[in-house]
Design a protein around this ligand. Structure first.
Ligand SMILES: Nc1ncnc2c1ncn2[C@@H]1O[C@H](COP(=O)(O)OP(=O)(O)OP(=O)(O)O)[C@@H](O)[C@H]1O
Length: 345
């Protein structure tokens, strides 16, 4: 439904976006995730029509929004935009914020505001409040209702939950995802928070230095990242040098099935910490390799174990679910679940 092809943008001599291409399906949820300064907001502003790319093409439902001969202005695009921290008009009450841009009769607008408030699960009595009289989560819902009032086919969300505390953030994120899917509105959300990205998205586009390094489903980009930086950006990762042959990766942790059997020779591989299962060693068994816990950093639900083995070049840190009996000096058994991801660099 929305297609970007070869979008590039420079500010002065600095290239900020380079040849970005992306397809977003109707009613889907795409997340653009990447470090600060990677070009996320610039891309969103280009899609909204607030910024002009230097080259490329953007089409929405078959209609060209931008190419070398075309520039459709923001208010004619049918695209909703929820900026960071909602950006409500402070001098307008909640109801008037939502009604901003509605051009029906007074009676119709009142009915539509009530509908939209119900859609975003806001108590209709809040329409008479000033923005500063409602909570951060409620302000985000008002901003969403205001954007939905335009009946967009695509909603752009720029770090919309960043001002909310952790619990409220997760709840608002889930409610927003459900609401947009239910309303049949496709969305593109920008964030630098990998948990948020993995939880909200049906499709993730990882951006670094103005380029997409990987586009895929959350499970794909998390378990099969293309390179080390993408792997580390999306969560904790254990990276090893390995010798790949016959579909197996030989490394410090043993012989692990490789996710891509075409590779061979010396390569870097990645495992997620949850793939490594650590268990106490039974008295009479021989561990292979011999692994000792050298340090336990207990942080509640999770502990970081520092593990050492005579054959390893350096100790390995693994974050794992805490167990009460773990202590430094203990010899443990390691097992690896699933495949090792063979990295491209
Ligand atoms: N109007 C502008 N003029 C000049 N440079 C700009 C402009 N807007 C953005 N930039 C630069 O473009 C680069 C990308 O900025 P952008 O805001 O798109 O990144 P971001 O990934 O959204 O970052 P953050 O996560 O910190 O918001 C940055 O180096 C920024 O300084």
């Amino acid at each position: 439904m929305i297609e970007l092809a070869n979008i590039s943008k420079k500010f002065g001599q600095t290239s900020v976006l380079e040849h970005l291409s992306l397809s977003v399906l109707p009613s889907s949820r795409t997340v653009i995730v990447g470090p600060s300064g990677s070009g996320k907001t610039t891309l969103l502003r280009i899609l909204a029509g607030f910024e002009t790319p230097d080259s490329g093409r953007i089409t929405l439902s078959g209609k060209t929004l931008f190419d070398e001969n075309t520039f459709i202005p923001a208010h004619q695009r049918g695209i909703g935009f929820v900026p960071q921290e909602g950006a409500l008009f402070p001098h307008m009450k909640v109801g008037d914020n939502i009604a901003y841009g509605l051009n029906g009769s007074k009676h119709e607008n009142r009915r539509r505001v009530a509908e939209l408030m119900e859609l975003v699960s806001l108590d209709s009595r809040l329409q008479h409040h000033w923005p500063h009289e409602i909570s951060g989560g409620q302000q985000q819902r008002v901003a969403l209702a205001r954007a939905l009032a335009q009946e967009p086919v695509l909603m752009l969300l720029d770090e919309p939950f960043s001002a909310l505390d952790t619990g409220l953030r997760a709840a608002t994120r889930k409610a927003t995802a459900e609401l947009l899917t239910h309303a049949g509105v496709a969305s593109i959300l920008v964030t630098h928070d990998q948990h948020e990205a993995l939880s909200f998205a049906s499709q993730i586009a990882v951006i670094r230095d103005g380029r997409f390094t990987q586009v895929g489903s959350p499970v794909e980009v998390y378990s099969q990242p293309v390179d080390e930086a993408t792997a580390l950006f999306l969560g904790d990762a254990l990276i090893f040098n390995a010798q790949i042959s016959n579909g197996f990766a030989r490394c410090e942790l043993g012989n692990i099935p490789a996710d891509n059997p075409q590779f061979s020779g010396e390569r870097r591989i990645m495992l997620r910490p949850e793939q490594v299962v650590i268990s106490p060693l039974k008295a009479d068994s021989e561990p292979q390799p011999v692994v000792t816990i050298v340090d336990v950093d207990f942080t509640g639900y999770l502990s970081t174990l520092t593990l050492a083995s005579p054959g390893w070049p350096m100790p390995l840190q693994v974050k794992t679910i805490s167990q009460q009996n773990w202590r430094a000096g203990m010899v443990v058994k390691l097992a690896v679940n699933g495949h090792a991801c063979v990295l491209a660099d």
